[in-house]
Ligand binder design. Structure first.
Ligand SMILES: [Zn+2]
Length: 276
């Protein structure tokens, strides 16, 4: 958290408010947040933000100045947010980076993170290529059904772990992995290579639908997720299985179960998500 849909919501707002703006000031309140490239931060002054993209759960800013290009890759971790000044949380001690912008709808952008698991990397093109190649699998939203089938069919281990593996599929975290598996009626511990073609097709459809629906709903505002303008998502109201242990399965079968595996909670219905 934030997972793919929340980061996509952040991206869309940043694109509509600060794309093409110029960085006038770049204030670093906590230098340990910048994992690579701290010494290059002065270079970013006077650069124009010419592109913004999402890679998995991370955001990449393209910054240009005098025909030169560098990048800023921001991981948000469990609790990180980008917030405009107007959306100030009142907890300013958690602001780690501040950008003052010109030619922008928003004069200030904060990188805010109370738990400090997020990291920021200031990279040149070569470093960025190396970093993204090493860390990010395929984006689930740009994946064809054929390629998805191939990935699952060749996978070993539990489906839940597969969906969470950022080196395979980049962007899905624990909330959406649970919701997707329930929607597709697949047990979290099912083995990918043993799934039928029909089951993999259902899983593909559920992955696309749930991620798209969540983006349309502004993401899930649990752990206080907010978009840069401070607005909250409401997809949490459509969660069917996540954090619903003990509730009856909405399909009318038995109660939803919670199981813990390596600190991530799996929620599933033992009746309609049979282990094959
Ligand atoms: Zn059920």
């Amino acid at each position: 958290m934030p997972e793919l849909p929340e980061v996509e919501v952040i991206l869309n707002q940043l694109r509509s408010h600060i794309l093409e703006s110029t960085i006038k000031e770049f204030h670093v309140q906590r230098s340990d947040i910048i994992r690579i490239g701290l010494s290059s931060r002065q270079w970013y002054l006077g650069t124009q933000i010419t592109d913004l993209i999402r890679k998995g759960k991370s955001l990449i800013f393209t910054c240009r100045k005098n025909q030169l290009t560098r990048y800023m890759l921001a991981e948000l971790g469990m609790t990180g947010l980008f917030l405009f000044q107007s959306a100030s949380t009142g907890y300013d001690k958690h602001i780690h980076l501040t950008f003052t912008l010109e030619q922008s709808n928003e004069a200030t952008l904060h990188y805010w993170n109370p738990r400090r698991f997020g990291r920021v990397y200031l990279l040149d093109a070569e470093q960025l290529a190396h970093f993204t190649q090493r860390r990010f699998g395929i984006d689930p939203l740009s994946l064809t059904q054929e390629k998805f089938h191939e990935l699952i069919h060749n996978s070993r281990g539990r489906m839940k772990a597969f969906l969470l593996n950022q080196h395979k599929l980049a962007g899905i975290g624990n909330i959406y992995a649970n919701e997707i598996l329930y929607d597709a009626r697949i047990h979290p511990y099912a083995q990918g290579y043993r799934l039928s073609r029909a089951a993999i097709a259902r899983l593909y459809g559920s992955t696309q639908n749930i991620l798209q629906q969540a983006i349309i709903s502004g993401g899930s505002s649990i752990r206080d997720f907010r978009a840069p303008d401070g607005s909250r998502g409401h997809f949490q109201q459509q969660h069917v299985i996540y954090q619903k242990a003990g509730h009856p399965c909405p399909r009318g079968c038995s109660k939803i179960i919670k199981r813990l595996t390596s600190e991530r909670s799996s929620f599933y219905c033992p009746s309609c998500q049979k282990r094959t």
